[in-house]
Design a protein around this ligand. Structure first.
Ligand SMILES: [Zn+2]
Length: 143
């Protein structure tokens, strides 16, 4: 048996005992689960993990909950960009010119950052120069 925390559409919280989460969904779909306070069958399961009731005779394994998806957070992405920005040489408004010089082997290859207008960025991309428009934090934030 498992105990599920349930919530009716009037905001009453109560516990329900079911053979499994599947059994709850089945009974709920058929409006067989009622709130003990207001008798509504509009009942949903609260997202908290079900309690597992164990006893000597009841050892049926429950389905393991899926682990949370390991999605890289925005914070991690921002951190990576900030690291790139810290390591890049700031060429400021000479960015389009420097990017071209590096691309055509007129300047040592290195990571640079700077400012470029939308038109300049498009021109660079059309020339096959990889530029990454990114929100670079202002200088005072990347010391
Ligand atoms: Zn209720």
């Amino acid at each position: 048996m498992i105990v599920l925390n349930l919530l009716c559409d009037h905001g009453h919280r109560f516990e329900g005992w079911f053979a499994s989460g599947e059994a709850f969904r089945d009974q709920s779909d058929r409006h067989l689960v009622h709130c003990p306070q207001c008798q509504t069958s509009e009942v949903s399961q609260l997202p908290s993990a079900p309690h597992v009731k164990r006893s000597a005779t009841d050892v049926a394994p429950l389905e393991k909950a899926a682990p949370p998806a390991a999605a890289p957070g925005i914070a991690a992405l921002h951190q990576a960009l900030a690291t790139m920005a810290r390591q890049a040489e700031n060429v400021g408004e000479r960015f389009p010119e420097e990017a071209r010089r590096i691309h055509y082997d007129e300047a040592p290859a290195r990571t640079i950052r700077g400012v470029a207008t939308a038109d300049e960025t498009r021109d660079l991309l059309e020339e096959g120069i990889l530029v990454l428009p990114a929100p670079i934090p202002p200088d005072e934030e990347i010391h």
